[in-house]
Design a binder for this molecule. Structure first.
Ligand SMILES: Nc1ncnc2c1ncn2[C@@H]1O[C@H](COP(=O)(O)OP(=O)(O)OP(=O)(O)O)[C@@H](O)[C@H]1O
Ligand SMILES: Cc1cn([C@H]2C[C@H](O)[C@@H](COP(=O)(O)O)O2)c(=O)[nH]c1=O
Length: 209
């Protein structure tokens, strides 16, 4: 089997974590030890340490460009230490967020500029992109409602941003999906969970043969 790099993207509360876990449950038997599950920011000790700085609710002073640089730094380390070695061993890599998150959240959400953030990430990643990106799309109000009402884990610094921030993030994702239709597949994540799972499996079955 060849390695496959698959990312999962979406606004906060879209259901990425839930769907990614469902995909692990679905494909684990088929892939056995050829499956790597990882996340951004994070995935290894250095990138997880950067994650805790970025998402700490106490860090209200953090400048937007500092934030963008930290995400890119975490991504660089994650790529060279975790993703590329797994692909070299022909693993399927399920990655919770990647470059599209920075374009949407820092480029559009923080209004640094999508192109500027893309260019900075080109330096960080040397152009390495996922083969397929599952973009789980929900209206921002629904995503935020899910987070505030259902979640038991910590609400982080970005979850706490206002509605217009999250709307800019969603609009940017939808723009990216139009720009890269071969790579980014939009799934309507406002549907019930079983339907979202089924739609995701249909796409991934075309990649993981
Ligand atoms: N299709 C769905 N229908 C109803 N509830 C859902 C659906 N998908 C996820 N949820 C619920 O919404 C909440 C948020 O889901 P989840 O943590 O998977 O989102 P997320 O996209 O990973 O969020 P974040 O990016 O902020 O970590 C959870 O309680 C989950 O059970
Ligand atoms: C990779 C990446 C992430 N973010 C934001 C998106 C979320 O609000 C958090 C990560 O938390 P999750 O619960 O693990 O999804 O960070 C971002 O703004 N930019 C990025 O590049």
């Amino acid at each position: 089997m060849n390695g496959h790099f698959i990312s999962f993207e979406g606004p906060d509360g879209a259901g990425k974590t839930t769907i990614l876990q469902a995909m692990v449950d679905h494909y684990r038997k088929r892939l056995k030890d050829q499956l790597t599950i990882t996340r951004e920011p994070g995935g290894n000790p250095i990138s997880e340490a950067i994650r805790s700085i970025i998402l700490d609710k106490e860090n209200t002073e953090m400048d937007s460009r500092t934030e963008a640089l930290l995400y890119a730094a975490a991504r660089r380390q994650h790529l060279v230490e975790t993703i590329l070695p797994a692909l070299q061993q022909n693993h399927v890599v399920f990655c919770d967020r990647y470059v599209d998150s920075s374009i949407a959240y820092q480029g559009a959400g923080r209004m640094i500029g999508e192109k500027a953030v893309y260019d900075m990430n080109l330096f960080a990643t040397e152009g390495e992109l996922p083969e397929k990106t599952i973009y789980l799309d929900v209206p921002s109000e629904l995503g935020l409602k899910r987070i505030m009402t259902n979640r038991t884990d910590d609400v982080d610094r970005l979850d706490l941003e206002k509605l217009d921030f999250h709307q800019r993030v969603r609009d940017s994702y939808l723009k990216l999906a139009k720009e890269y239709p071969e790579r980014i597949v939009v799934i309507d994540a406002s549907q019930d969970l079983e339907t979202v799972k089924g739609d995701t499996i249909k796409i991934l079955d075309q990649v993981i043969k």
